[in-house]
Design a protein around this ligand. Structure first.
Ligand SMILES: NC(=O)c1ccc[n+]([C@@H]2O[C@H](COP(=O)([O-])OP(=O)(O)OC[C@H]3O[C@@H](n4cnc5c(N)ncnc54)[C@H](OP(=O)(O)O)[C@@H]3O)[C@@H](O)[C@H]2O)c1
Length: 243
């Protein structure tokens, strides 16, 4: 049976990915730091799908445990989706380093640490697919979220480099760049409806991107063009805008 390891499996987007892959007969390993919630999600998925679904404890910030975490899987699922992330509080991060550090270390340091271990395994076995959930926020720095945005920018560049390195080893890397998504992370934020995806849109789009070996996936499609325009605005104009 094909299988997928989902890191940050309690996330709303991760649950949509889990549902989609399980519906296509993929076995799942759901990894996260909240075991009670993982068990609840596991039970729900077991009722719906006839695939094997296991759970594993994973604290992204425990970098020193990443090697052992990966070593426990034999074989390692041939797909890994790195979904965990932390939006954080931009204003708090401007004043308190701890908040800034959380944003940087969860979205960037932890993600590149765990994926580096997995990349080495996939490279050695000469197959595998890494799916990294980055963000359009990483495409241009804005005053309202530049801690999160810069961490995601770093993550996107890391994924680009990994794709380039692993191509010759038959390992594919997908960078997912969602715009707004209606999840716990954005709960209460005033998101424009036409530009806001539901988690199941991501589940479907990520599965398609996996089949078609897409390199960079924007969800919804208009975000690709929105970000193109945003990137093209000259800095002298951009810096005066309140974004
Ligand atoms: N929602 C959006 O508009 C949007 C847009 C672009 C990109 N994204 C990205 O999409 C991904 C999924 O986000 P979401 O919207 O589904 O948000 P979410 O439901 O809030 O999920 C965030 C996930 O990250 C996990 N997490 C945070 N810190 C962790 C840590 N130290 N160790 C292990 N797991 C940790 C959380 O685990 P707990 O349940 O234990 O807290 C949760 O599973 C993130 O990478 C996010 O940056 C989201």
């Amino acid at each position: 049976m094909p299988s997928i390891l989902i890191l940050g499996a309690t996330s709303d987007i991760a649950q949509a990915v889990a549902n989609k892959f399980a519906s296509q007969n993929y076995d799942l390993i759901l990894a996260g730091r909240n075991l009670n919630e993982l068990e609840r999600i596991q039970k729900d998925l077991i009722i719906r799908y006839k695939v094997s679904i296991s759970i594993a404890e994973f604290e992204a910030l425990a970098l020193e445990k990443h090697e052992d975490f990966v070593a426990q899987f034999n074989p390692l699922p041939e797909i890994t989706a790195c979904v965990f992330g932390y939006l954080g509080d931009q204003e708090k991060a401007q004043k308190e380093w701890n908040e800034a550090a959380q944003i940087i270390h969860i979205n960037f340091t932890a993600a590149i640490s765990i994926l580096s271990v997995i990349a080495n395994k996939y490279e050695a076995q000469k197959y595998g697919c890494i799916i990294g959930i980055s963000s359009v926020a990483g495409e241009r720095g804005r005053q309202s979220n530049y801690f999160y945005g810069s961490a995601k920018a770093g993550f996107s560049i890391f994924l680009d480099g990994l794709r380039n390195r692993l191509f010759k080893s038959n390992v594919h890397v997908i960078t997912v760049k969602p715009g707004f998504v209606d999840t716990k992370m954005t709960f209460g934020l005033p998101l424009p409806k036409p530009l806001t995806a539901k988690p199941h849109h991501l589940g479907d789009a990520i599965y398609k991107a996996y089949l078609s070996k897409t390199n960079t996936l924007y969800v919804l499609w208009m975000w690709k063009w929105i970000m193109l325009i945003i990137r093209l605005i000259p800095e002298n104009i951009f810096k005066k805008m309140k974004l």
